[in-house]
Design a protein around this ligand. Structure first.
Ligand code: HPA
Length: 294
């Protein structure tokens, strides 16, 4: 084990603030494949490449530029993490989730996290989306393994309602209003980087999964550990292996994710506009953590 998470967060925040000033925002967003364009819409944006921030793991996947962007979006102060790293790139899980813990340290209370996923539920179709109701962790690890620093969160965080109910309902209502087909279901997070076999997709379905991807769950565990509210959104880019005759290609995943971008950004914008004060309340624990950390 290297430097502790709290020490790493503190050092990273010091460097971010030396570049960008007094960064604070109640809303954080993690942009998955195809949604990077949202970061270009941030007003009064100040951004910093991950490569300038100490301890942050760097992404090696094409289309996953690593960058932190702070500014205003649809009237709200936001911090956007454009690009993410995955465990399959070889990073330990406690480093994969460091950007999320950084958001908590910067006062983020509500985390909106997006990804591209394969449909396991045969009623779903590519191009549609799914609000994550619950998840299955098949990463083969947990980011909270090791020493628990109580300043970040409890040793045994509750995961009964990992994905905030009010945020889910708001998102589904807005999707309906906008004429988007958005399901609500269970996201299974696997290690990758190989796509699943048809037998594995069958197993995931028996386990209750509706969609499968290679990210998000470690980040959500870290966010819940710190007490953030989480909204998880999957863009369904393909049917899971063996559902239909097609083989899976990352290029196809990127193309479909790109086609769904405009609708997804509009949906997330309408959610952000409607977050009530309960979602951005100032007495939130993450805020408290900020004071503890600095
Ligand atoms: N499996 C795993 N991860 C994915 C998929 C998939 O089918 N599509 C996009 N990300």
């Amino acid at each position: 084990m290297g430097i502790s998470s709290v020490a790493a967060i503190r050092e990273a925040i010091e460097v971010i603030e030396s570049h960008l000033g007094d960064v604070r925002a109640p809303i954080g967003m993690v942009l998955g494949s195809g949604l990077g364009g949202l970061a270009d819409q941030i007003e009064s944006a100040r951004s910093l490449s991950y490569s300038k921030i100490p301890h942050l793991p760097l992404s090696s996947v094409a289309g996953h530029a690593g960058c932190l962007v702070w500014g205003k979006w649809h009237g709200r102060d936001v911090i956007v993490l454009s690009g993410r790293v995955h465990r399959y790139e070889g990073h330990p899980l406690d480093r994969v989730v460091l950007p999320i813990q950084l958001l908590g340290g910067l006062g983020v209370q509500t985390l909106i996290i997006t990804n591209a996923a394969g449909a396991v539920n045969a009623d779903y179709r590519p191009g549609q989306a799914m609000v994550i109701r619950d998840h299955l962790n098949f990463q083969g690890g947990n980011p909270l393994v090791g020493y628990n620093d109580d300043r970040l969160g409890p040793r045994f965080p509750d995961m009964t309602v990992a994905y905030d109910k009010a945020l889910r309902e708001l998102t589904l209502a807005q999707a309906k209003e906008q004429g988007l087909t958005v399901h609500e279901g269970v996201y299974a997070s696997v290690l990758g980087p190989s796509y699943e076999t048809p037998a594995e997709i069958g197993m995931l379905r028996v386990c209750g999964a509706d969609a499968v991807g290679m990210s998000t769950v470690p980040e959500v565990i870290a966010a819940r550990h710190m007490g953030m509210r989480v909204l998880g959104l999957s863009v369904l880019t393909n049917m899971g292996a063996g559902i239909g005759a097609n083989e899976l290609h990352h290029d196809e995943v990127k193309v479909v994710a790109g086609q769904a971008t405009a609708g997804m950004i509009e949906l997330i914008a309408s959610v952000v506009e409607r977050l009530d004060d309960a979602h951005v309340r100032d007495d939130f624990r993450a805020r408290f953590h900020t004071r503890m950390l600095l």
